[in-house]
Write a protein that binds this ligand. Structure first.
Ligand code: ADP
Ligand code: ZN
Length: 722
């Protein structure tokens, strides 16, 4: 027998199949150690055959089969090909996606605990008091965890009982279970007619991909859980992706209530041991539902019956390390392979997905109302330019202060949201709200302190830094806003009685950090929660009746063609945290540009108007989804080597352009906005293409130009152009 092996070295030069002789114990998917040159390396067996293409005397035997390491599920051997072709990644890198490092490197193992188990009475001398007590105790209970048993009665007494055969010490495998304190939510839920209709619509539709566009609080979770339960009852398995599982204890408790041990969590916030055990539960078939963030799409499940991607618009679904996959793409591959449905859900679908739904590629399911027709919270706009004119320099508008007072006096809770991403780099005039934009690209410029200038991340254009506003002549130009700490301090002086929690990167630590803060808030042990993007996603706090959005417009000015989309999504998501239960909710949105159309549509919850407008702009300016932004990154520790590679890459892209002039909307090469990261110089060829047609050729160029010295890789519609 022969094994076709991919060695576990993610390098294009060894990216092919090697053959070894092997015994019966080797199967497709096995993990093995094989001789490779003068050393031994780990590998994945992708096929076992009777014959071999090499002459027999040249074939070396497999040295070792890792029995304790799980074999890969057959599907990943098939997907490995598709993924490595699609993203031009070495086969070993594609396979690694399916096998987290805990499994691969053998550093984490099962955990065991010792138990003392009662076996039978024995005669004891009357002086052996401790032993007698211990024996009586264990006889009563049958068994006890060994360490605590030994602590109660002394190690000597316990050991002596073991020696005489009265007890036996057993080692048992234990499972390290994440978030053990989260209990199942016992509240049973009967789907509403709207939820029923959505479920039936999805079940009836012959389409592969379904987009649920449901306003916040429309009960999408219940729809997912019903569809998952249905898949399980058909003897299948399911994957349920959320952008941040650790942020949503409610989700976890709903899952535990419904599916108990059948749900396993895969998440980077877990300890290695927990991840190892949860992964094993899925691989062994004990657990049938994988819940987690992006990487859970690679869960080792066979016989998939459903894949759900909640908050499908979230940028965390795009991988920023090689292979730079899109989770939705991988989900489509798996859905295809298993012939099952893929559900995408969001209150604010990405422009790309919604366009596909409108064009009929996806089945569109719309839920326009909240559960029980509860109204969406009213959004009050506070114009911060007016506040400044009236002499209010603080972080809070009068409207927000008044509403906070009302909320606290009713014993309700409030969330204060700071839109901090991309904050310090945008340049805004405090007097009129003017924001510096590129003349060619209509995206906001980014301030670069190293050469004190403004740059466009889409075309590389440079502008002098402003000293006065070109619109109003004002000199209150600013880059940065208030931080969470400052906001908490202001709140404390305004509302000394209020209990305030803060959640941002500085206050969250440890793997349960988020969870602890959110639990405290959910248990009403605090009145106000202050936070950044972290608190925007998916929470369901019934007592929250007020949401304040400070600087709502900040994300409008990200140097990104999607900044309008992101802002609309963010406002809708954050506003959606308010008034979810019986009391009516309110939102105060503070801005310097109340007339902006994105804010106007967002305050009316008018997704369709937003979409039509946004799609029109993208179509007219030829930005995605009506084109493809493609960046070829060249990085090297040596500036000269990077430049040389860039020259070569760019030369080849120019040739491609000469052969296909119609495919290119824009092409240029430049320094990357951040010129050096972690000691590596960064250059890029940036292009906008009419379609995906030339993408494989561009990947080829990247692979061919990667060398010892410089790394060349491709990014498609990158979430971040720094
Ligand atoms: P979404 O994910 O669409 O924002 P959720 O699934 O979180 O909405 O549901 C919003 C709220 O409505 C939750 O508190 C949930 O428990 C409740 N809910 C959902 N479906 C029902 C139902 N059929 N009957 C009663 N309450 C429901
Ligand atoms: Zn530009």
């Amino acid at each position: 027998m022969y094994a076709q092996v991919i060695v576990d070295i993610a390098h294009s030069q060894v990216d092919r199949i090697f053959e070894y002789s092997c015994g019966e114990e080797v199967v497709a998917g096995s993990r093995v150690k094989v001789p490779f040159g003068s050393r031994f390396v780990d590998g994945f067996v992708i096929k076992v055959t009777d014959g071999c293409t090499l002459s027999p005397e040249k074939v070396k035997p497999v040295r070792e089969v890792f029995a304790e390491q799980p074999a890969l599920v057959p599907e990943c051997l098939a997907l490995m090909e598709t993924i490595s072709r699609r993203y031009r990644s070495p086969k070993a890198a594609a396979l690694r996606l399916f096998l987290p490092s805990e499994m691969r490197l053998g550093r984490v193992r099962e955990a065991f605990k010792r138990y003392a188990v009662f076996r039978g009475d024995i005669p004891l001398s009357s002086s052996a008091k401790k032993q007698a007590e211990a024996l009586a105790y264990i006889r009563d209970r049958g068994e006890e965890e060994f360490t605590s048993f030994a602590e109660k009665f002394g190690r000597a007494a316990v050991n002596s009982l073991a020696q005489k055969g009265a007890i036996e010490v057993e080692s048992r495998r234990i499972e390290r279970s994440p978030f053990p304190s989260v209990e199942g939510d016992p509240k049973p839920i009967v789907p509403t007619p709207a939820q029923r209709a959505a479920i039936e619509n999805i079940e009836r539709s012959p389409k592969r991909v379904h987009l649920i566009h449901g306003v916040t609080g429309s009960g999408k979770t219940e729809i997912y859980l019903n569809l998952i339960a249905d898949a399980i009852s058909r003897g299948k398995t399911a994957i349920f992706l959320v952008p941040e599982i650790s942020l949503t204890p409610q989700m976890l408790s709903k899952l535990r209530a419904r599916f108990k041990g059948e749900a396993a969590i895969l998440h980077s916030g877990l300890s290695a041991g927990e991840r190892f055990d949860e992964w094993w539960r899925l691989r062994s078939g004990e657990a049938k539902i994988a819940v987690g963030a992006r990487s859970a799409i690679f869960a080792p499940l066979e016989n998939l019956g459903l894949i759900v991607i909640d908050e499908e618009h979230d940028s965390s679904y795009i991988s920023e390390s090689a292979p730079r996959y899109s989770t939705v793409d991988i989900a489509k591959m798996r859905a295809e392979y298993n012939d099952c449905k893929l559900i995408l859900g969001s209150a604010t679908p990405s422009v790309e997905s919604y366009l596909k739904a409108k064009e009929g590629e996806y089945n569109l399911v719309t839920l326009p109302d909240r559960i029980n027709k509860k109204p969406l919270p009213e959004i009050i706009i506070a114009d911060m330019r007016e506040e400044a004119k009236r002499g209010n320099d603080g972080a809070f508008s009068k409207a927000l202060k008044d509403e906070l007072e009302d909320t606290l006096s009713c014993g309700n809770q409030a969330i204060i949201f700071l839109n901090r991403r991309g904050y310090s780099q945008t340049v805004i005039c405090r007097d009129c709200g003017y924001v510096a934009k590129c003349e060619n690209c209509d995206v906001s410029l980014t301030y670069h302190s190293e050469d004190d200038c403004l740059k466009c991340h889409y075309c590389g254009a440079k502008y002098r830094m402003l000293t006065a506003c070109p619109e109003c002549g004002g000199r209150h130009i600013r880059y940065s806003g208030t931080g969470t700490q400052r906001v908490v301090a202001d709140l404390k002086s305004l509302f000394p009685q209020a209990r305030i929690l803060r959640m941002d990167n500085d206050t969250v630590s440890g793997k349960d950090g988020h969870y602890k803060i959110l639990k405290q808030f959910a248990d009403k042990r605090a009145d106000i929660l202050v936070g950044t993007q972290m608190i925007a996603k998916g929470h369901d706090f019934p007592s929250v009746t007020l949401v304040g959005i400070l600087d709502a417009d900040m994300s409008l000015h990200f140097a990104d063609y999607r900044s309008g989309e992101r802002t609309f999504q963010l406002i809708t998501q954050v506003a959606g945290r308010s008034g979810r239960a019986d009391s009516k909710g309110k939102v105060v949105l503070q801005t310097y540009c109340p007339e902006n159309y994105i804010l106007r549509y967002a305050t009316r919850y008018d997704y369709n108007a937003f979409f039509e407008n946004e799609a029109d702009i993208r179509k007219a300016t030829l930005f995605p989804p009506f084109s493809l932004i493609c960046r070829v990154m060249v990085t090297s520790e040596k500036d000269g080597a990077a430049l040389e590679s860039l020259r070569s890459v760019y030369g080849e892209i120019l040739k491609l352009q000469a052969e296909n002039p119609d495919e290119f909307i824009f092409l240029n090469r430049m320094h990357s906005p951040i010129k050096r990261i972690q000691g590596r110089y960064r250059y890029q060829a940036l292009m906008r293409l009419k379609s995906h047609k030339l993408l494989p050729r561009i990947y080829d160029i990247a692979v061919e130009n990667t060398s010892q010295d410089s790394l060349v890789y491709v990014e498609e519609n990158p979430a971040n152009l720094s």
